[in-house]
Design a protein around this ligand. Structure first.
Ligand SMILES: [Zn+2]
Length: 485
C-alpha cells in the first residue's frame, strides 16, 4: 500500500505599506518615479545620517495586527539584520528580531465552497525594503552571464511589513485562500496597495511533507519568485509532488531556497537556506525601543472597519448569498459598499447582488467605469429592484432603465411614470393583443396546432412587440397558451 503524505505549508508575506514617506526618512514612498530620485543621505546610508521611525507605518502595522486579533506588546524594538546585498546601501537591513510589533493572531479565510478556516500567525514585524536591481545584458536576466546591473534606490527604505504564518496550511488551495484573505484584509484597512504585479505584496512559501499522522515536521524548502496567486498554487503543488517523489525513492529533502520557474512549472535550487544566526542580529543603536501605549492600541482597535471575513459571514448568513457571489462582492471593496447601500434601500439582498454583479458589472466592464463611479446611484438601483419585484416593469424595460441610469443617473420610478413604461398587467388588454397576433398569423397558429410547439415563442414575441415591450411576459405566455389550446 502506498503511503499517504500530508503537505505542511507556511507563508511569509512582505507587504509594502502605503505611507507618504519612507520608513526612516522623509523621502517620498512612491512607485514608478524616475530611478534614484526619491533618495537622501538616510536611505542611501551616508555616514552620520540617522533614522527616524515613521509613526504612520507603525500604526498601520498595529492596525493589521489588531485586525488579525493579535497581541500588541507594550515594548518593541528594531534590530539590524546584517548581510551584504548590492541593492541594500547600509549592508544591513533595519528589521525586528525578537521583539516584533505584533505577536500571534490568526487569519480567517474561506475556501471556494464557503468553508471558513483559520491559520495562526507567528508574528508581524516592520522593516525597510531594499532597493531594486535590474540585471541587464543577458537574455534571462539572471546574474550569471549578465554584463551589467542597474540599481534603483527609490525602494530602499520603503516601509515593509512581514506577516509570518505558522506552518498550518495543508494544501495549495488553502495557501491561496489564506493569501487572498490576508490581501483583502490589508486592502480594507487601506495600509497597502497589495499589488503582486507591482511587488507591493510578495510572498514566499515554506513547504514540507510528512507521513499522514506524524507529528514531527519534515525538512522544508522555501519557495521564492511567485508573482501571482496562480503561481503560488502551482509552485506549492509542484514542490509537494517533488518532495514526495524524493521520499518515495528513499532520498532526502535538502533544506534550501528554491525559485519558481513559471514557464516550466517546476522549482529549482537557488541557495542553501540561511539560519537566523547567520545574520548576526543586534538591536539598532540608532533607534530607541518603541513603547506602544495601551490607549493608542484601543483607539486603533475601535477604529477598525468591518473585516472581509466578517462581511463574508454577514453576506452568506444574514443575506443568504452564495459563497461565490459574496466573494465577488468582497473582492472589490467599493462594489461591496455600493451593494450594501442597494440592500439598505431595497431590503432585497439577493436581487441586489444579482443586479450589482450582473447588469451593473457588465456595464462597468463595457465602459471601463467602476460601478461605484457610475451615475447609477445605489438608491436608484434599489428603486428599480422594487419596480421589478412589484412587476411594474419587466426585465427588458429594467435593463433599458439601468442603462439610462448608468449614463444619466435619475430615478427609474420617475422615468417610468413620465414615459408610461409601466408594465401592462391588465389581462383584458393583453388578451386583445394575443387575439390580434393570432388573427394576423393564422399559418403559424396552424403549425402550432399541428404539433410544432416551439413556434409559440414567435407568437409571444409578436405580442410583446405589439405592447412595445410593456406587457407582462409571463401573462402574455399564459394567455397565449390558453387561447391556443
Ligand atoms: Zn531617504
Amino acid at each position: 500500500m502506498k503511503a499517504t503524505y500530508e503537505a505542511v505549508v507556511g507563508i511569509e508575506c512582505h507587504v509594502e505599506l502605503k505611507t507618504r514617506t519612507k520608513m526612516f526618512c522623509g523621502c517620498a514612498n512612491a512607485f514608478g518615479s524616475e530611478p534614484n530620485t526619491n533618495v537622501c543621505p538616510v536611505c542611501l546610508a551616508l555616514p552620520g545620517a540617522l533614522p527616524v521611525p515613521n509613526g504612520v507605518a507603525i500604526e498601520q502595522t498595529v492596525r493589521a495586527g489588531l485586525a488579525f486579533g493579535a497581541r500588541i506588546p507594550a515594548y518593541s524594538k528594531f534590530d539590524r539584520k546584517n548581510y551584504f546585498y548590492p541593492d541594500m546601501p547600509k549592508n544591513y537591513q533595519i528589521s525586528q528580531y525578537d521583539m516584533p510589533l505584533v505577536q500571534g493572531g490568526e487569519v480567517r479565510y474561506w475556501l471556494e465552497d464557503g468553508t471558513m478556516k483559520r491559520c495562526p500567525l507567528v508574528r508581524i514585524h516592520l522593516e525597510e525594503d531594499t532597493g531594486k536591481s535590474t540585471h541587464a545584458g543577458s537574455g534571462d536576466g539572471r546574474i550569471a552571464g549578465s554584463l551589467y546591473s542597474l540599481v534603483d534606490f527609490n525602494r530602499a527604505g520603503v516601509p515593509l511589513m512581514e506577516c509570518v504564518s505558522e506552518p498550518a496550511l495543508h494544501s495549495a488551495a488553502d495557501a491561496v485562500a489564506y493569501l487572498a484573505s490576508l490581501r483583502r484584509t490589508l486592502m480594507e484597512l487601506g495600509v497597502s496597495d497589495v499589488k503582486m504585479e507591482e511587488g507591493s505584496l510578495r510572498c514566499d512559501a515554506n513547504v514540507s511533507v510528512r507521513l499522514a499522522g506524524e507529528a514531527a515536521l519534515g525538512t522544508k524548502t522555501e519557495i521564492k519568485n511567485m508573482n501571482s496567486f496562480r503561481s503560488v498554487q502551482r509552485a506549492i503543488e509542484s514542490e509537494v509532488d517533488r518532495q514526495i517523489s524524493l521520499l518515495e525513492r528513499g532520498e532526502r529533502v535538502v533544506q534550501e531556497t528554491r525559485g519558481w520557474d513559471e514557464a516550466n512549472g517546476v522549482t529549482h535550487p537557488m541557495r542553501s537556506k540561511e539560519q537566523a544566526h547567520d545574520y548576526r542580529y543586534f538591536p539598532d543603536p540608532d533607534l530607541v525601543p518603541l513603547e506602544i501605549a495601551g490607549d493608542d492600541v484601543e483607539r486603533l482597535r475601535v477604529g477598525l472597519p468591518e473585516l472581509p471575513w466578517e462581511r463574508f459571514e454577514r453576506y452568506t448568513r444574514a443575506f443568504g448569498l452564495g459563497s461565490k457571489q459574496a466573494t465577488q462582492l468582497i473582492d472589490t471593496p467599493s462594489l461591496a459598499r455600493y451593494f450594501d447601500r442597494v440592500v439598505n434601500a431595497s431590503s432585497n439582498p439577493q436581487q441586489s447582488a444579482n443586479f450589482v454583479l450582473g447588469e451593473l458589472s457588465r456595464l462597468a466592464n463595457d465602459s471601463g467605469v467602476a460601478v461605484a463611479d457610475s451615475k447609477a446611484e445605489p438608491e436608484g438601483v434599489a428603486e428599480l429592484i422594487v419596480l421589478v419585484e412589484a412587476r411594474t416593469v419587466n426585465s427588458k424595460i429594467a435593463k433599458e432603465l439601468l442603462e439610462r441610469m448608468w449614463r444619466n443617473g435619475g430615478s427609474p420610478k420617475a422615468i417610468v411614470e413620465d414615459e408610461g413604461l409601466a408594465q401592462t398587467n391588465d389581462a383584458d388588454e393583453i388578451e386583445n393583443l394575443v387575439e390580434g397576433v393570432i388573427a394576423a398569423h393564422a399559418s403559424v397558429v396552424a403549425d402550432y396546432r399541428a404539433g410544432k410547439s416551439n413556434v409559440i415563442g414567435f407568437l409571444i414575441g409578436q405580442a410583446m412587440k405589439a405592447s412595445r415591450s410593456k406587457a407582462d411576459p409571463q401573462l402574455v405566455s399564459e394567455l397565449m397558451k390558453k387561447r391556443l389550446r
